[in-house]
Design a protein around this ligand. Structure first.
Ligand code: PGA
Length: 255
């Protein structure tokens, strides 16, 4: 991750339906990413499609995973180890996405996965975010606790490979009109940095990139990045729509 580059992560979730469609998106995004000056693009496909990515496509384009296991060895049917990820060209791992947490992943599991992947030299994106907001602001306490517990055990020397993705659950999968306002994003990012500062120190708090996800579309990419003062964005549904994802990349490159 180059300093001052905007990071745009596409999270494909359980899509697209066929490898043919996956290849189409990969080749368009890869072509576009070559032209970018200020953006690093990460695409996180379903694991089954990872082999479709040519390594290395170009210096702005990285392969990411949507999850990772916490062990490198042992009998664990269905899991993929950090070592396998690294050896297969994966650079970034999402850990603790809210949709995985909804399937039962706890903060403790998230922390174990993050530590194992960081040890293997992968860049880890820990996803956090509150389910809802209330007028009394208890979500701040929830967020603080989630960050603390999800980062438990991470060694200081690995912090330079850590990113935090703030994704409030109540805005995921909607339209840009319903996304969080830049002011609210900025306020939450300040809170996340304060939490990191209390856990580690001020240097860590300012150097760990904090990115935003939740209904980022071409229409709000610019305002989220500028007004939200985030280091990047995590894009779900629009990362599968070629024209829109390319618009998002271009818009981020103009920041
Ligand atoms: P969305 O998803 O862009 O569709 O809101 C973001 C995410 O779940 O990472």
């Amino acid at each position: 991750m180059k300093k001052n580059k905007v990071i745009v992560i596409g999270n494909w979730k359980m899509e697209p339906e066929t490898p043919v469609l996956a290849k189409e998106i990969i080749s368009s995004v890869s072509r576009q990413s070559r032209l970018l000056k200020k953006v690093e693009v990460v695409v996180c496909p379903p694991a089954l499609y990872m082999g479709l990515f040519k390594k290395p496509a170009n210096k702005n384009f990285f392969l990411g995973s949507q999850d990772v296991f916490w062990q490198n060895e042992g009998r664990f049917t269905g899991q993929i180890s950090p070592k396998m990820m690294k050896a297969s060209g994966v650079s970034y791992c999402l850990v603790g996405h809210s949709e995985r947490r909804a399937l039962g992943e706890t903060d403790e599991i998230v922390a174990k996965k993050a530590c194992a992947a960081l040890k293997e030299g992968l860049r880890v994106v820990i996803c956090v975010g509150e389910r809802e907001r209330d007028s009394s602001g208890t979500y701040f306490e929830f967020l603080k606790n989630q960050i603390r517990e999800s980062c438990k055990g991470i060694q200081r020397r690995h912090l330079s490979s850590l990113l935090i993705a703030y994704e409030p659950l109540w805005v995921i999968g909607k339209s840009w009109r319903e996304a969080m306002t830049p002011d609210n994003i900025r306020e939450t990012v300040i809170f996340i940095r304060k939490t990191l500062s209390d856990m580690f120190d001020q240097t860590v708090a300012t150097s760990v990139p904090v990115i935003y996800g939740g209904s980022v579309e071409p229409e709000n990419t610019n305002v989220v990045l500028r007004g939200g003062e985030v280091a990047g964005i995590l894009v779900g549904h629009k990362s599968l729509v070629i024209e829109d994802f390319i618009k998002i990349l271009k818009s981020a490159d103009e920041i």
